[in-house]
Design a binder for this molecule. Structure first.
Ligand SMILES: [Mn+2]
Length: 424
């Protein structure tokens, strides 16, 4: 972890400027009828989960170029996640991936407590074969034509639930690579029915206080069709399984130009929005850093979430899910968590009353200008003030670099080979 004296010293250097910026923004928001302290309190209460796999260097199907000090196991990953939360105060939980993160549950619990984290949703993995596995997922898992393969995939998911129960998780996320690469390769309807049947067996094993998330993806690794291709299929699954089944929206898993904020609104309407995997993309499922390409879209998604905030039982799970190929993953994840917080803060600034009036009057120009006013507001002082008040860093990347954490862990974590594909 980072020396708290170093964080305090770094923050002291920036305290005076931050106070001035915060007060100026507070006056501006006051003129707009917004209480800056109320916005800050909401931002401070917001958290986004870190995926354990995110702290390793990602890659493409062509290659992976690992950086220094790559985490060797789940305990190293928890150390890195602890640093991210210590410096941002925005990432209180970690989402584990089984079997990559399989370890003694008691040790996992102890380690998480030691670094100030808890566990978010469990992630199963039937999109690749694992050591010691009896049957292959080459041609699918939960929708495989062979009932024995489907059974094996169901058993794996039930094991993920068991591990999750032992470490205090309350949700299972299922994403499968099942689909087809050629027209005619699979009976699209029969494959979906096999998938639903297998998911039903997993749902039956779900503890009563757990939620089950299914994640749609348009393509990849199957390139012609995927069994959970889009939000329509995903909604059918959640409605078929039952009230504890919800849809997860990964921002990268849609066709280019898809109106994701409208998909979010529809899933909210159906009471089936389970949560998000945040990332950004330019061309496809690029897994770029959240907010790197289209921060306005992220804001528009949060605009829908803020509208729905007051709804009963509305508690979507928020997680980052992105691949860091050329940056230090800790730095990318810190900035991405802040980008998510920023979108939330901006969405809180929308003048709802004015917007409703413009919508009622069909004043398209002023309606969209009202959203833009909130989006254009520089909320950095709110985010930084929320961080410093809880002992996190005003400037997390500067504090992280000053700490020398990466060089220090590189001393104890051996360099790893970058050979082979690194798709994550
Ligand atoms: Mn995802």
């Amino acid at each position: 972890m980072i020396d708290t004296d170093l964080i305090a010293t770094e923050n002291r250097r920036r305290a005076e400027d931050l106070r001035r910026d915060y007060d100026a923004l507070g006056q501006q928001l006051d003129r707009r009828g917004v209480d800056i302290e109320a916005v800050k309190a909401k931002v401070a209460g917001y958290g986004v989960a870190i995926p354990s796999w995110g702290v390793g260097t990602g890659g493409t199907r062509f290659a992976r170029f690992p950086g220094p000090g790559e985490p060797r196991d789940v305990f190293d990953k928890l150390d890195d996640c602890g640093v991210i939360h210590q410096l941002t105060g925005a990432t209180p939980s970690v989402s584990l991936h089984i079997p990559w993160d399989k370890a003694d549950p008691a040790r996992l619990r102890d380690k998480a407590a030691a670094v100030g984290l808890r566990f978010d949703a469990m992630n199963s993995n039937t999109f690749q074969d694992h050591a010691g596995q009896a049957l292959s997922y080459r041609h699918g898992s939960l929708s495989h034509t062979d009932a024995a393969v489907r059974r094996q995939a169901v058993e794996h998911n039930l094991e993920c639930i068991e591990i999750g129960r032992a470490i205090g998780s309350r949700a299972l996320t299922v994403w499968v690579g099942d689909g087809s690469n050629f027209p005619g390769q699979t009976d699209l309807s029969a494959q979906f029915e096999r998938y639903l049947d297998a998911m039903g067996a997993i749902y039956d094993g779900l503890p009563s206080d757990w939620r089950l998330f299914t994640e749609h993806k348009m393509y990849e690794p199957a390139f012609y069709s995927t069994v959970v291709q889009d939000w329509g299929s995903n909604l059918m699954i959640a409605q078929h399984l039952g009230e504890r089944a919800y849809c997860l929206v990964d921002l990268g898993h849609h066709a280019p130009n898809a109106n994701i904020e409208m998909i979010v609104a529809r899933l909210i309407h159906a009471g089936k929005l389970g949560g998000f995997h945040f990332n950004d993309s330019k061309y496809g499922d690029d897994d770029l850093d959240t907010g790197a390409i289209d921060p306005y879209r992220l804001f528009l998604v949060f605009n829908e979430l803020v509208i729905a905030e007051g709804r009963a039982d509305f508690a979507p799970a928020h997680m980052l899910d992105q691949s860091h190929n050329v940056t230090d993953p800790i730095e990318s994840l810190m900035l991405s968590a802040i980008e998510v917080q920023r979108a939330y803060a901006q969405a809180l600034l929308v003048d709802r009353q004015a917007l409703a009036g413009y919508q009622q009057d069909n004043d398209a120009l002023m309606a969209t200008a009202t959203l833009k006013q909130a989006f254009r507001t520089d909320v950095d002082p709110i985010l930084a003030m929320a961080r410093t008040e809880r002992g996190a860093a005003v400037d997390p990347v500067a504090a992280y670099r000053a700490s020398g954490y990466r060089a220090a862990v590189a001393e104890t974590r051996p360099a790893v080979s970058g050979a082979g594909g690194g798709i994550v």
